[in-house]
Design a protein around this ligand. Structure first.
Ligand code: 4IA
Length: 397
């Protein structure tokens, strides 16, 4: 299939070893060439910032309509019906994207800020009472599970179900390996609960969820489409921020100099969160599918072949970043692709940034020391990087 000169790797981006420490595989792929054939999976991979950015910016060539994961959704059925915003190209994408981007507008952000701030204050108050705690559960999971379903307008019941469902969702963008099967077995009994939460139900007036159904009432969406966009909110808006917050707290707990800078200037919290997204990106990879034969450097990617875009790898490309392996909260991290880029760039990124800014900012105001209190344990997932356990000990100011 490929010419002899094609760079080929047998590397496994989905092994326990790679998921625990992805940098070696990212570096190997980036150093081999702009695009490398991964023989285990029969896909191309890119890990350079220039290449990943260019692919994300060219939906005509790098399509999402065959799925944003490894399975080709035009040939095989996934564990869920395709997303009507993530796994489509224009013109289908345009309509659903417009509905969500209107709901997630800057004006909407102002309406949620006070509630998100109050929850961040309450959260840090609880942390100070505890002193020793698991930051994976008590910060990274607790905060998004509280604020985001609230913003969506859901009641409190069963929110913890969103974590195993999210684990399945992000495993589902990778190979159907044992990790995927295990998360499917865990989450399958919870899927009827998810479907119920996506319905019109009793969504709080003015909430993001209520606004989706208002779009349906106006005729901008069908009732089914409204339910599917609720699902997008629930699948895309929780685990990602759980990963982002946990990874950021881990960065700060293991870089005392950076933590000190933050406690001296809590206004750096937004920049610290941005740098953590670059340094340890929650969504590590995504796929696109070539719509035509296309040349990248000396390599010919054929129509219908899948291309693995290593977002985490692009965010540590030494050609784009000075000392990419250094966590520096004052660096200009803008330009990272942790939220993707282009027409599919994360529609909720301003909500995610708000969560990071408020939680880290409130921690920086009231906590003096933040240190690990035991070995952190990653939650290994095919595409999402987060912690299962992150024991820390703090001293208040
Ligand atoms: C969807 C990539 C991730 C944040 C994501 C997950 C699910 C969906 C969209 C994005 O179901 O639409």
């Amino acid at each position: 299939m490929q010419a002899d000169a094609t760079p080929v790797h047998e590397l496994d981006p989905f092994s326990d070893e790679t998921l625990t420490a992805p940098e070696a595989v990212q570096d190997a792929i980036r150093q081999t060439g702009p695009v490398v054939w991964l023989s285990r999976y029969g896909v191309w991979a890119m890990a350079g910032h220039g290449e990943v950015h260019a692919a994300l910016n060219d939906w005509q060539t790098y399509s999402s309509a065959s799925g944003a994961g490894l399975p080709n959704l035009k040939r095989e059925k996934g564990w869920r019906s395709p997303s009507i915003i993530l796994e489509v190209d224009p013109p289908d994408h345009t309509k659903t994207r417009l509905v969500l981007s209107r709901i997630m507008s800057p004006a909407a952000l102002r309406t949620i800020r006070d509630a998100f701030q109050a929850e961040a204050e309450a959260l840090v108050g609880r942390l100070i009472d505890m002193r020793r705690f698991d930051a994976a559960t008590e910060i990274a999971q607790a905060y998004p599970l509280r604020v985001f379903p609230d913003a969506l307008g859901l009641d409190g019941d069963g929110r913890e179900n969103l974590l195993p469902i999210g684990d399945l969702n992000f495993n589902g963008f990778g190979p159907q390996n044992a990790r995927f099967e295990a998360s499917l077995a865990k989450a399958k009994p919870l899927l009827p609960w998810l479907a119920a939460k996506c319905g019109r139900g009793h969504l709080r007036a003015g909430s993001f969820g209520a606004q989706i159904y208002e779009a349906a009432d106006r005729g901008d969406l069908t009732e089914d489409e409204a339910g599917l966009l609720m699902r997008t909110f629930l699948l895309a808006g929780i685990d990602t921020t759980v990963g982002g917050l946990g990874n950021a707290v881990h960065c700060l707990a293991t870089h005392p100099g950076e933590w000190a800078k933050l406690t001296e200037g809590p206004a750096l919290s937004r920049s610290a969160f941005e740098e953590a997204l670059r340094f340890d990106s929650p969504v590590q990879i995504f796929f696109r599918t070539a719509t035509r034969d296309t040349e990248v450097g000396t390599v010919l990617i054929h129509k219908d072949e899948k291309v693995l875009l290593m977002l985490g790898g692009a965010n540590r490309d030494p050609a784009r970043w000075e000392r990419p392996g250094v966590f520096d909260i004052e660096r200009k991290a803008a330009g990272h692709v942790a939220f993707g880029y282009g027409i599919h760039g994360c529609v909720g990124q301003m909500v995610a940034r708000l969560e990071g800014e408020l939680v880290l900012g409130e921690m920086a105001k009231r906590i003096r020391t933040l240190n690990l209190d035991g070995e952190p344990r990653r939650n290994l997932n095919n595409t999402l990087r987060s912690f299962a356990s992150l024991p820390v000990v703090i001293e208040p100011k």
